[in-house]
Design a binder for this molecule. Structure first.
Ligand SMILES: Cc1cc2nc3c(=O)[nH]c(=O)nc-3n(C[C@H](O)[C@H](O)[C@H](O)COP(=O)(O)O)c2cc1C
Length: 323
């Protein structure tokens, strides 16, 4: 996959509850080369659960999407990966397996980062899924499970030997959740340990960070999660920085509000009149704007596009009076 990642260097990370088709569309428009779906339960898909299946919906013309599966049963993972490949065809970039999620409700079932504690099972999942699909299979995991016990380099080798075509590493331990800083050193150590491409992830917050993680670790692609929330422009900034071009200016208040309005409309196209899911995105777009703190309560009462528009109008007015 080296050739693939030479052409797709900037990836929007999988984010449950965040990286739906509306958000993915906006990030692609701003320069993300590839996006991931929210993590999708293999078990849920196997029960034909409607909500789970909807996580695979693509926007009109959307391609270059990696589907992230979670689960711990090799056969279920393999059969659902094959089904996804059939349904998504050319729009599917690859199947990724989640071995990094530290959330309690996930790890107590043996999914997500719990698999870092059972590399035999993790390897059988990768082998089974790789046998079942023609697309590449990748794995996303963390520095290790227990604080201070870095297992990612050996784990990466196991995943590679089991058939992973690339690996993505988030430089925190599972026990750390999102606390502290991501360690990019582990990305470098994984890169030294394996022959397959390595995606670096964790605390990439601006274009300069994308350059720094690439230089410091030798990673083949950069994955961005939280810094993209309310800020799809991070991808144009990172793309410019990686190309050695001057970074585009930070978005103006008007551009931020315009992006938020577009986001709401894209969500409404999919979800109809109730887009409460937009509330958190709206908060992120508004961060730091004059009047944002006072608008929070109003955002929390918004349901449809018109409700959000009314709050955005007020914010624009306040910004105008501050100009
Ligand atoms: C709200 C949220 C949801 C996430 N959901 C997933 C997920 O579904 N699958 C996954 O592998 N990682 C998930 N992550 C982890 C991110 O993909 C990423 O590894 C982590 O946030 C570190 O990157 P960052 O510092 O750029 O945010 C999630 C993170 C956040 C903040």
């Amino acid at each position: 996959m080296y050739d693939f990642f030479r052409r797709h260097r900037l990836l929007l990370a999988p984010m449950a509850g965040v990286s739906d088709m509306a958000f993915r569309t906006l990030c692609r428009e701003q320069g993300a080369d590839l996006t991931y779906t929210e993590m999708v339960s293999a078990k849920g898909l196997s029960y034909a659960n409607e909500k789970t299946r909807h996580l695979l919906d693509l926007a009109q013309g959307e391609d270059m999407v990696a589907v992230q599966l979670f689960g711990h049963e090799p056969d279920t993972m393999a059969s659902q990966a094959a089904w996804i490949e059939q349904v998504m065809g050319e729009n599917l970039a690859y199947i990724d397996i989640n071995m990094g999620c530290p959330a309690r409700k996930i790890v107590t079932k043996g999914d997500g980062s719990a698999l870092m504690r059972d590399s035999d099972l993790a390897a059988s999942i990768v082998a089974a899924v790789s046998r079942a699909v023609e697309h590449p299979v990748t794995v996303k995991f963390r520095r290790g499970w227990a604080m201070g016990c870095e297992t990612a380099p050996e784990f990466a080798v196991r995943m590679q030997d089991a058939g992973a075509a690339a690996v993505a590493v988030h430089g925190r331990y599972a026990e750390q959740l999102y606390r502290g800083c991501a360690d990019w050193g582990v990305v470098a150590r994984v890169k030294q340990a394996v022959d397959v491409p390595v995606v670096g992830n964790g605390d990439v917050k601006c274009g300069a960070d994308a350059v720094a993680i690439t230089r410091e670790t030798g990673c083949d692609a950069v994955m961005i999660a939280r810094a993209a929330e309310g800020n799809p422009w991070i991808f144009s900034q990172a793309a410019a920085a990686l190309a050695g071009s001057p970074e585009p200016c930070a978005p103006t208040v008007e551009q931020r509000i315009a992006m938020a309005r577009r986001h709401a409309r894209l969500l409404a196209q999919r979800e109809g009149r109730n887009i409460v899911r937009m509330r958190k995105h709206a908060m992120w777009y508004m961060t730091g704007l004059p009047g944002a703190a006072a608008a929070r309560g109003k955002i929390n009462a918004c349901v449809g596009v018109d409700d959000f528009d009314a709050v955005f109008d007020e914010l624009l007015e306040i910004a105008g009076s501050h100009a």
